[in-house]
Design a binder for this molecule. Structure first.
Ligand SMILES: Cc1cc2nc3c(=O)[nH]c(=O)nc-3n(C[C@H](O)[C@H](O)[C@H](O)COP(=O)(O)O)c2cc1C
Length: 192
């Protein structure tokens, strides 16, 4: 199963880097597999330092910000005891991991990771259609240069209906960020 979440890593400057990332996980999360694009900062950071923290969260606004690199306010992080990479303060669960094996062959690397510490911060909010719709649109937004423009616009409209009907303030804000990003990036994508 793939869990969508957020990965923190350390950049060459020792600053925390925050990215939305899916992880393939077994039923008991003692290990996880990441598939970062080799063009991503997360790939570079993990290749260099081989350690990171995967977070399970229901905060789709944060996932959108992490996916697009558009932050409204700085995100609070906290140290993990005896581990070099900090974790997010606000999340449901976090899993500090060490990369044990990397396959660099494809555009997306495959990284087999061992969980070495984990923690639980708060409950998962629960199923909400707007959160899931925002998540799907966020994935499409990060692939905007690969997808037909009509697919993105249809998904944007579908998401707008669901967010209006079932979302809260955070989902509405996340949608606005994505709508702005899509309108900025779409013409460029169409001419590529
Ligand atoms: C829910 C979600 C899951 C994602 N999963 C991945 C992934 O598994 N691998 C990947 O390279 N990018 C993934 N992305 C896209 C990255 O978050 C996005 O390209 C980001 O800008 C790249 O991260 P970077 O900051 O490390 O360069 C995902 C985005 C979302 C919204």
């Amino acid at each position: 199963m793939i869990l969508e979440g957020i990965v923190t890593t350390l950049g060459a400057d020792d600053q925390a880097h925050i990215a939305a990332m899916g992880a393939t996980v077994p039923a008991v999360m003692e290990s996880l597999m990441l598939r970062p694009f080799r063009s991503s900062a997360t790939y570079e950071n993990l290749r260099r330092r081989m350690e990171g923290v995967f977070h399970v969260t229901d905060d789709v606004e944060l996932i959108v910000q992490a996916a697009l690199g558009r932050w409204s306010v700085p995100v609070a992080t906290a140290p993990v005891p005896d581990f070099p990479v900090p974790r997010l303060v606000d999340c449901c669960r976090w899993y500090a991991f060490q990369v044990r094996d990397i396959d660099h062959q494809a555009d997306r690397a495959t990284m087999q990771c061992r969980v070495v510490k984990w923690g639980r911060q708060r409950d998962f909010w629960g199923f909400n259609r707007a959160k899931h719709a925002v998540l799907e649109l966020a994935i499409m937004a990060t692939r905007i240069h690969l997808l037909p423009s009509t697919d993105i616009m249809n998904e944007l409209e579908r998401t707008r209906v669901i967010v209006d009907k079932t979302g809260g303030i955070a989902e509405t804000r996340a949608l606005a960020v994505m709508a702005g990003y899509i309108s900025e990036c779409r013409p460029r994508a169409e001419h590529e």
